[in-house]
Design a protein around this ligand. Structure first.
Ligand SMILES: Cc1cc2nc3c(=O)[nH]c(=O)nc-3n(C[C@H](O)[C@H](O)[C@H](O)COP(=O)(O)OP(=O)(O)OC[C@H]3O[C@@H](n4cnc5c(N)ncnc54)[C@H](O)[C@@H]3O)c2cc1C
Length: 243
C-alpha cells in the first residue's frame, strides 16, 4: 500500500490517511465532493469531479443522500459477518505450519495463521506472529468481548496445536474487530448486487458485496478497482491514460 500511495503522489494525487468522510456532497443529482475531517482539523468540504465509495454498504447509506428505493434495498438487505482477531507475538514458533483452518465446534477460532512461517521473522525482530480469527455474527457475545476475555477463551486451545505451548511464550497480543468483514452470500444473490454506477451521477460504489461469484479477497477488490476506475474515466469523456 505504501508503494501504491507513492505512485499516486508521483502522478500528482494526494493520499489522506486517517481522514473521515462525513458526507458525500451532492448538488442537483451530481456528486461534487466530500465533507471530510482531516486529522486534527475541522470538517471541511473538498470538491471532486467524481467519488468512488469503497465503504461497506451500511456505511455508504449513511454518507450518501437518500437514494431511490430499488437501489437502497440492495444496500440495506445485504448482511455481513464480523471478524474478531487476536494477534499473538511469541518468543518462539507455535508450529511449523503457515495456515490452519479449524472446523472444530469446540475451538473458538476458525483459523491459526502463523505469519512468520511464510514471512521471515527477522522482519519482526526475530519474534513469531500468530493470527487467530473467527467470523461471528456482529450481534454475538464473542464480538462484544474484550481482548482480555478473548485471550482467556482462545489461549487454552493452542495446546491442541502444540502440546508444549505455554502462555509465557506470549510477549504481547493485539485485539482487533471488523464489523463488516464478510458479506453473506445467499440464494439468488446475483440479483441483489448494487451496480457500481449509483443513481447519483459521478458517484460510484465499489465494495466487497459486489464481488461475485468469487469469495471476497484483495485480488478481486483490485480487479474491481480497475474496472470502476475505467468506468469513471469512460463516463467522464476524458481519454483513458493509465488506469
Ligand atoms: C479479517 C479479514 C481477513 C481477511 N483475509 C483475507 C485474506 O487472507 N486474503 C484476501 O485476499 N483477502 C482477505 N480479506 C478480504 C480483504 O481484506 C478485502 O477483500 C479487501 O480489503 C477489500 O478492499 P476494499 O478496498 O474494498 O475495502 P477495505 O479494505 O475494507 O477498505 C475500505 C476502507 O474504507 C474506510 N472507511 C470506512 N468508512 C469510512 C469513512 N466514513 N471515511 C473514510 N474512510 C472510511 C475503512 O477504514 C477502510 O480502510 C480479509 C478481510 C477481513 C476483514
Amino acid at each position: 500500500f505504501d508503494v501504491l500511495g507513492e505512485r499516486v503522489v508521483q502522478q500528482g494525487g494526494n493520499v489522506h490517511l486517517s481522514a473521515g468522510v462525513r458526507q458525500i456532497v451532492v448538488e442537483e443529482g451530481t456528486a461534487t465532493g466530500l465533507e471530510v475531517e482531516l486529522p486534527g482539523g475541522e470538517p471541511e468540504t473538498q470538491n471532486y469531479d467524481a467519488v468512488i465509495a469503497t465503504t461497506p454498504s451500511y456505511v455508504f447509506t449513511r454518507l450518501a443522500p437518500p437514494l431511490p428505493q430499488e437501489y437502497m434495498d440492495k444496500l440495506v438487505n445485504v448482511r455481513y459477518l464480523s471478524a474478531v482477531l487476536v494477534i499473538l507475538v511469541l518468543d518462539r514458533p507455535l508450529s511449523s505450519k503457515y495456515w490452519m483452518s479449524i472446523a472444530e465446534p469446540d475451538v473458538p477460532f476458525v483459523a491459526v495463521i502463523e505469519h512468520t512461517n511464510m514471512i521471515d521473522k527477522a522482519l519482526y525482530g526475530g519474534r513469531h506472529i500468530v493470527y487467530l480469527s473467527n467470523y461471528p455474527n456482529p450481534a454475538s457475545e464473542m464480538y462484544q468481548k474484550s481482548g482480555e476475555a478473548l485471550m482467556e477463551e482462545f489461549i487454552p486451545h493452542l495446546r491442541k496445536i502444540n502440546p508444549d505451548f505455554d502462555p509465557s511464550w506470549i510477549l504481547e497480543y493485539h485485539h482487533h474487530k471488523v464489523d463488516g468483514a464478510q458479506p453473506i452470500i445467499g440464494v439468488n444473490y446475483s440479483e441483489s448486487i448494487p451496480s457500481h454506477r449509483t443513481p447519483i451521477k459521478n458517484l460510484y460504489l465499489a465494495n466487497t458485496t459486489q464481488i461475485y461469484p468469487e469469495d471476497r479477497g484483495t485480488n478481486y477488490s483490485v480487479r474491481m478497482g480497475r474496472r470502476v476506475a475505467e468506468m469513471l474515466v469512460a463516463d467522464s469523456g476524458h481519454p483513458n491514460t493509465d488506469c
